[in-house]
Design a protein around this ligand. Sequence first.
Ligand code: URA
Length: 431
Amino acid sequence: MRAVDIIIKKRDRHELSHDEIEFFVRGFTNGDIPDYQASAFAMAVLLNGMTARETTDLTLAMAHSGSMLDLSDVVDLAVDKHSSGGVGDKTSLSVLPIVAACGLPVGKMSGRGLGFSGGTLDKLESIPGYRVNLSTEEFKQQLKEKGIVLTGQSLDLAPADGKMYALRDVTGTVQSIPLIASSIMCKKLAAGAQAILLDVKTGLGAFMETLEEARKLATLMTDIGKLAGREVVALLSDMNQPLGCAVGNSLEVIEAIDLLKGNAPEDFTEHCLHVSAHMLVLGKRAANLDEGRAMAEKSIEDGSALEKLRVLVRAQGGDVSYIDDTSKFEKAKLIEVVKSPRSGYLSEVQARSVGEAAVTLGAGRAKKSDPVDHAVGFIIHHKVGDTLEAGEPLFTIHANDQAKLDDVREIVLAAHTFSDAPTGKLPLFYS
Ligand code: URA
């Protein structure tokens, strides 16, 4: 077999066999197939799609490209979550401490930013000292001892996805249902999850813009999970406007910490409570969603979720004083409040434009090797449905470069659309 023939076959819209997919994934993982061929392959898949069978084969080949973690000696039931990616989505940073405080041990391996969508690892690295490169042994040990882990994908788990993910970020090949489904599910399978909560985002700031596409992705991922013997629940959640107010690495960490202090935007809080409730049910700590939600609320009220975050940060070498005093996070040099140009009702905050503008400021990468600026981003002060007066703060830009700040001001202003008639709030979940 030759990689080029497999690329040509997909380019010409033919279905790849199980063996061809395995050959390609194995070759890419061990370095026989170079990045440029893997990029061409990803583009051919993006353009021509894959059948459910091909996607399942791709998922399993990527899951088996490294070790398969077995957590049965560490936890009674390994529950994991994954978001399909969005703008301002810092859910894991709050939900993991919440569910861990409710007695459900959780170990999660997260990713970096992808295109306009932020990544949990980039966010976590804004806490000085925080290690995101735990070995598998360290992962298991910490999960057993502390009941909470939030780290990067260890290199021996699904290495094919690790390599492919970095390539897709910079080759315009993120937005493909089979590539997203296989990327997410291979990591969950390799990381030993027995039950998985999928937070599938839909809207202008999601990889799946329409509800129909999001449903397709959710169905494909739940089918793959079931086929692999896992219990999977998928939520379809809104990503037309940024989640919460903060967009950008340290700004989002601060908002996630604020949630655990009972002081976060309502939409983000509601989102996290709902996701936590589902995880507690999946993990058999709550009998139903109402009970799960009440447990999650209590963990915020009594401070146990915040304490779990401290435990997590300390265990991974981070400076815990940043959790207690978020004013310690490094600030951008330039902070500008942009005022509302008019009165009216807010009818749209175009999440993708905000995410792309954050990347322009340096919060994400344009090339694989680009460093990330943790301090830059936005605070979006209003939600769709809000009433605004001309001149009140609309959003705040945190930048480290005047030219970039000037670039994004108009873009984010244009991302806000006003209406003279009242507009309803956006739903948080569709299904
Ligand atoms: N999250 C992932 O892990 N992979 C994708 O392809 C998209 C979102």
